[in-house]
Design a protein around this ligand. Structure first.
Ligand code: 7PJ
Length: 279
């Protein structure tokens, strides 16, 4: 099993010796947890600056809500939301910029605007997505999702969720390798909450050590998700902070190298306490 020490993000080497926090920057008017508060470019910039100051190593910019039940966003709307934000962030911040999209056209425009990582919840399955990823030099996060956001939580079904998710992720990674994408550019993510019941999410979480050993760095996103609310007996999204931070810490301990979170400062605090006080 190889130990991945760095992630190559368009020539920028992101060290992965310790966990890296990826801060979520939603520029959707309908994101389920931020309610569009960062929709304006200025507000988005201020939020990104604060996350970087708190220790985020990656900022993940998303303009298409993928919460359960969400309708697809037209291409031009998504471009109009994310590209101006990426351009301003690139001019101002020395941090890895990631684009959270499933559309090849948005990926390409984001790379042109300075994004150094593609984060695709659809696992590069859209026609043309693999080509965009392979033609550039950005890092690529392949996430597993069953179904599409609009209907994915209606009837998730697996005979062996861990095996099926692992097979999908390694298959997509191998497809990237065969197109010439260096191994050091690839990240995998089991996709918590994307076409998964609570039982599926828990099975995957318990299997994180195995998933982290597939040969690629693992990204985990559980921040504020229903999985956390369910585990706490049905907590609303505004009351999932401690659960989310605790789960992020557990994921790091289980081998995740990148933690995708809304609450960067609090997550960094937990990681710092582990580093300073941990056995
Ligand atoms: C994830 C994501 C995730 C990756 C979202 C939300 C929904 N990208 N984008 N992994 N989740 N890689 O933030 O709750 O888990 S959007």
């Amino acid at each position: 099993m190889t130990e991945e020490r760095v992630l190559d993000c368009a020539g920028r080497s992101l060290p992965l010796d310790g966990p890296v926090v990826m801060g979520v920057l939603n520029v959707t008017p309908d994101s389920f947890s931020d309610g569009g508060r960062h929709a304006g470019v200025e507000a988005a910039l201020a939020h990104a600056r604060a996350m970087v100051a708190s220790g985020a190593g990656i900022i993940d910019v998303g303009g298409e809500s993928t919460r359960p039940g969400a309708e697809p966003v037209p291409l031009q709307h998504e471009l109009d939301r994310v590209i101006p934000v990426l351009e301003r962030l690139r001019a101002e911040l020395d941090v890895v910029l990631s684009i959270d999209t499933s559309k090849p056209e948005v990926m390409q425009a984001a790379l042109d605007a300075g994004a150094e990582m593609i984060n695709d919840v659809n696992g590069l399955r859209a026609p043309g997505a693999m080509q965009v990823a392979a033609s550039g030099t950005a890092a690529v996060c392949v996430m597993h999702m069953q179904g599409q956001p609009r209907s994915m939580q209606e009837q998730p079904h697996y005979s062996d969720v861990v095996a099926e998710v692992s097979d999908f992720l390694t298959g997509q990674a191998e497809a990237l390798l065969s197109r010439g994408v260096a191994r050091e550019r690839i990240v995998l993510d089991p996709g918590f909450g994307f076409g998964k019941t609570q039982e599926h999410n828990l099975a995957l979480f318990r299997s994180l050590p195995g998933l982290a050993g597939l040969g690629y760095p693992l990204l985990v996103g559980v921040s504020r998700k229903s999985m956390i609310g369910n585990a706490l007996g049905g907590r609303p999204v505004t009351e999932r902070l401690v659960g989310s931070v605790t789960a992020a810490l557990l994921a790091a301990r289980a081998g995740a190298r990148i933690l995708r979170v809304h609450d960067v400062r609090e997550t960094m605090d937990a990681l710092t306490i582990q580093r300073v006080l941990g056995a």
